[in-house]
Design a protein around this ligand. Structure first.
Ligand code: COA
Length: 156
């Protein structure tokens, strides 16, 4: 069976988005608008995770913008609170989509999402990668490797 891991199909399997934001700009919005701003942009869980750290709020703002880019739209077509950054016990962030953002991701076949955050020198950055689900009838690299293993060891 053939599989489709040539360079072109690999490229179409990924969608990426990146965003860079000045931390002071987010600090100013927090100062000026307080909860009116934070409640519009962040979920209660995100606010709890940030513990008032403006750099972390800025990184999550960037993550939401970056995810919107990976969806091929800007903020407006999707809303800030539909793109949620959660984190595991080690602090590693993960992206969860809700509402319109989730629907658009499903329509595009973008099934698996990953995000990385960084903040330093007055700037916060987020990089988002979304992976397309396998097309019907298409063999994934994992299933290809599993088949190869099964051929080597038919009793496993
Ligand atoms: C995690 C780590 C790589 C962050 O790098 P840094 O240069 O200090 O900081 P950056 O600004 O580039 O990145 C900060 C972001 O990294 C992310 N991060 C934190 N822990 C992470 C992890 N385990 N895996 C991936 N990303 C992580 C967070 O989103 C954080 O932003 P936030 O504080 O707003 O949530 C660094 O702290 C490190 O090496 N820690 C030790 C190893 C480790 O994984 N410790 C986890 C506790 S067991």
């Amino acid at each position: 069976m053939t599989h489709s891991y040539d360079g072109r199909s690999q490229a179409s399997r990924l969608s990426v988005g990146v965003d860079l934001v000045e931390i002071a700009r987010i600090g100013l919005l927090v100062e000026q608008y307080g909860e009116r701003f934070t409640a519009r942009v962040y979920t209660p869980e995100e606010l709890a995770n940030c513990r008032g750290r403006v750099a972390s709020l800025a990184a999550r703002w960037a993550a939401k913008e970056a995810a919107a880019k990976a969806l091929g739209v800007g903020m407006g077509a999707v809303s800030f609170r539909e793109i949620v950054v959660l984190q595991d016990d080690a602090g590693k962030p993960a992206l969860h989509l809700l509402g319109n953002a989730r629907q658009r991701a499903a329509a595009l076949g973008l099934a698996s999402w990953s995000v990385s955050l960084s903040h330093d020198a007055g700037l916060a950055l987020a990089f988002v990668v979304a992976l397309h689900e396998p097309l019907i009838g298409e063999q994934t690299l994992d299933s290809h490797e599993e088949e190869a293993d099964a051929r080597k060891d038919p009793d496993r």
